[in-house]
Design a protein around this ligand. Structure first.
Ligand SMILES: Cc1cc2nc3c(=O)[nH]c(=O)nc-3n(C[C@H](O)[C@H](O)[C@H](O)COP(=O)(O)OP(=O)(O)OC[C@H]3O[C@@H](n4cnc5c(N)ncnc54)[C@H](O)[C@@H]3O)c2cc1C
Length: 708
């Protein structure tokens, strides 16, 4: 975006600011039908405009479309990037993808086999000695006890292609710059992805948000105004939307600058596939240091990450030839088929936006626009995907008149603490990634400090060539610590350093790949949930950067635990699904899980009655013990008629985990669990409701939806 565009956008927003009434304090709004704005009355106003078609924007558009909310996307690039960034998809994101018409299964079948990426390897060169290797998969990761799906290794650009295909299957039309004649200048109706359209300003009025997008048609600069009810900025780490609304980031900037070198070599891929398959290769030798990400060994697709120290170094110093030489130094030999595709600098930050929601709940940030942290541990894209999973059903509730717009505020209440936690976790992981080089006598924080001294101290007045020579000299001395004459078992210093490295691996203190406790165990403590008395149980300990097990819990705010259950009406065909599948993702629907007990049936009838009054859908799941006989259908029918939206399911216990559903949830079968459309627990009673069930359910839905 040009400078003038930014200024225009900035003043455009603030020009109208005095006219924007702040939302009343507190989460409650008087009634779902009495919003300060009318979110769904005017057909000429697009319900939701998404700015940015990265993975987060694309996932949001799919979720909203499936929930029946019309949306369109603006994307400033003319074409999708094929620079592979993210590649690790965590368990929770894969669970979200299971609900996107089989996306998780497509990823699972297209990704490289797990044997090729389960390890991180530390070596002196890709063909030289191995300092150590860490296998990140444990037997339980394959047993599907805690989740119906596993983590995946799949490049971000390939994921974006699959997401785009899903969107097109949902009748979205991608308007590329060359095919925009078919796009009229009237209001967007929803279902459009406008490539080559950069959002440059936002104008908020009492009726709507107007976003202005610039685009080039046949060499001519054009602007297009789009009126929408809600605008979601999924426009990445340098978010224009965040800047336009004046939201600050809090945290640490500029932790490290790196160059990302994207290259192909089938020769290298084949060699690693046969000799030492892995996902990440940490390479340390006297000539070069770098981290190689093997995106796909079969295709020979790699990203090399190397530290980069501007202003003494600049991107132009790393031309194709220099990058090839650097790669050869790290490989330990030349590669005849090397093909360097792209060289991209990037900066690592650890920051979270001070607000995720602004402008009377109408401008929302998600993904990297709301938080940007080190990629160590792979939480960046995953956190963004989980942001929009939290957000989509709330936007749909507002658009369908189920909840007032204040429910959007619970998105910030729930997701911002998770972003802050994941930032700390990623910083810990980044530090864990430094443990091995530090033990080898190569502390990267020293390199950063030396660089800082050159920039800030006396050396900063020296000519740039001399500054560069000083920096190069210091790096050469540092890398000398890795010489074979020093780093060997016969040299006392080398042998003590190697022993230190072995201890780091044994104690699990090097960079980990999997974080089950944080991946599946994150929990919302306030927002669209009813906290219980033991709400501190299950609170995550501060991050340590080490792998910790996930412990299932039915505490409010937690993700619903997974267990395989058999659908009773399909006993003969033995259809087994996950408890997570009991919510479909195609409508704003809550799920009440109860045992087949008279008082639980009474609670279920109360939930149906209250939900009808609140005009929200509730499905009841009657969960039968594994040894149940077949008489249950008749029993539930008798207890729940005339209500129809219920399902009887039977536990399927695994030999590796024979616990019952209620003990997995750490409660008795007299309890009940109310689950939100995003599979997080809204309310839970651990051993029966001791109040009138109708008034209890009224209290619960009033609080969750924010309706009085
Ligand atoms: C080296 C590296 C490795 C990583 N590995 C992982 C990993 O393994 N797992 C993981 O979870 N994360 C990882 N990440 C982080 C991950 O890549 C990001 O978190 C992710 O791309 C964020 O997605 P997003 O959709 O929020 O933003 P982006 O992917 O940045 O998408 C934003 C989009 O908005 C568009 N845009 C920007 N401004 C405008 C505007 N004004 N108007 C219209 N469009 C606009 C951009 O063109 C872009 O397409 C890694 C990052 C790096 C750098």
């Amino acid at each position: 975006m040009g400078f003038s565009g930014f200024i225009k956008g900035f003043s455009g927003f603030y020009r109208n600011k005095p006219r924007i009434k702040p939302y009343p304090f507190g989460y409650y709004k008087s009634r779902a039908s009495s919003h300060s704005y009318n979110f769904n009355a005017d057909d000429s106003i697009l319900p939701v405009l998404i700015v940015g078609a990265g993975p987060v924007g694309l996932v949001l558009s799919i979720l909203l479309t499936k929930l029946g909310v019309k949306c369109a996307i603006l994307e400033k690039s003319k074409a999708f990037s094929s620079h592979p960034q993210a590649h690790f998809i965590n368990n929770r994101s894969m669970e979200v993808f299971r609900k996107l018409d089989g996306l998780a299964e497509e990823i699972r079948s297209s990704q490289p086999p797990v044997e090729l990426w389960r390890k991180f390897i530390y070596c002196t060169s890709l063909t030289g000695s191995i300092i150590g290797s860490v296998d990140h998969m444990q037997p339980q990761d394959f047993e599907k006890v805690i989740s119906p799906v596993s983590v995946a290794h799949f490049s971000q650009y390939k994921l974006s292609r699959l997401l785009l295909k899903k969107l097109e299957d949902l009748n979205f039309h991608v308007h590329r710059p060359e095919s925009q004649e078919d796009l009229d200048s009237g209001p967007l109706k929803g279902g459009e992805l406008l490539m080559g359209h950069e959002c440059i300003s936002i104008n908020a009025t009492d009726q709507s948000i107007t976003a202005t997008a610039s685009h080039i048609v046949e060499g001519k600069y054009m602007e297009r105004n789009i009126d929408c009810s809600i605008l979601v900025g999924t426009d990445g780490a340098g978010s224009t939307i965040r800047n336009l609304v004046g939201i600050e980031l809090r945290g640490e900037k500029d932790l490290q600058r790196l160059l990302s070198i994207h290259f192909f070599s089938r020769d290298l891929g084949q060699y690693l596939l046969n000799e030492r398959p892995g996902m990440l290769f940490f390479i340390f030798n006297t000539e070069a240091i770098g981290v190689l990400v093997a995106h796909d060994l079969k295709q020979g697709e790699f990203i090399l990450q190397v530290p980069f120290y501007p202003p003494q170094q600049n991107v132009d110093d790393f031309n194709l030839e220099i990058c090839e030489k650097l790669i050869f130094k790290l490989v330990g030999r030349e590669l005849l088929d090397i093909d360097v595709i792209e060289i991209k600098p990037w900066v690592m930050h650890a920051e979270v936006a001070e607000k995720f929601v602004n402008c009377d709940n109408r401008i929302i940030l998600a993904g990297d626009a709301a938080h940007r942290f080190p990629p160590a541990g792979g939480f960046g894209m995953n956190t963004g995907i989980q942001d929009v999973h939290n957000l989509a059903w709330k936007i749909a509730s507002v658009m369908k008149g189920i909840a007032p717009s204040s429910i959007i505020r619970t998105y910030e209440m729930e997701r911002r603490p998770i972003a802050i936690f994941n930032t700390a976790l990623s910083v810990q992981n980044f530090k864990a990634a430094m443990a091995v080089p530090a033990a080898l006598g190569l502390d990267p924080s020293i390199a950063n400090s030396v660089h800082q001294v050159i920039n800030d101290g006396v050396a900063s007045i020296l000519p740039s060539g001399i500054q560069k020579a000083i920096l190069d000299g210091i790096f050469t001395i540092g890398r000398a610590q890795l010489s074979e004459s020093l780093l060997n078992e016969k040299n006392p210093l080398g042998s003590s350093r190697l022993a230190k490295v072995r201890r780091i691996f044994e104690e699990g203190k090097s960079l980990q790949l999997q974080f089950p406790a944080e991946d599946l165990g994150f929990r919302y403590h306030e927002g669209a949930v009813i906290p219980d008395n033991d709400s501190m149980v299950g609170v995550l300990e501060p991050p340590t950067g080490r792998r910790r097990d996930y412990i299932p819990s039915a505490n409010p705010g937690s993700r619903l635990p997974h267990m395989d259950v058999r659908i009773s009406s399909n006993l003969s065909s033995e259809v087994t699904v996950s408890t997570l599948d009991l919510l479909c993702g195609d409508r704003v629907e809550f799920l009440l899980i109860v045992a087949p007990l008279e008082e639980s049936y009474q609670l279920a009838r109360a939930a149906f009655k209250v939900a009808e009054e609140f005009k929200v859908s509730v499905k009841v799941c009657v969960l039968w013990p594994a040894d149940s006989l077949d008489e249950f259908e008749a029993r539930s029918k008798k207890a729940l008629t005339p209500w129809k939206n219920y399902i009887d399911v039977v536990e399927v216990r695994k030999p590796s985990n024979p616990s019952s559903w209620w003990s997995i949830c750490q409660m008795t079968d007299k309890g009940a669990i109310l689950v939100r459309p995003d599979e997080h627990i809204a309310w839970c009673v651990k051993s029966g409701v001791d109040k009138d069930p109708v008034s209890e359910m009224t209290r619960v839905f009033t609080a969750i939806l924010g309706v009085k």
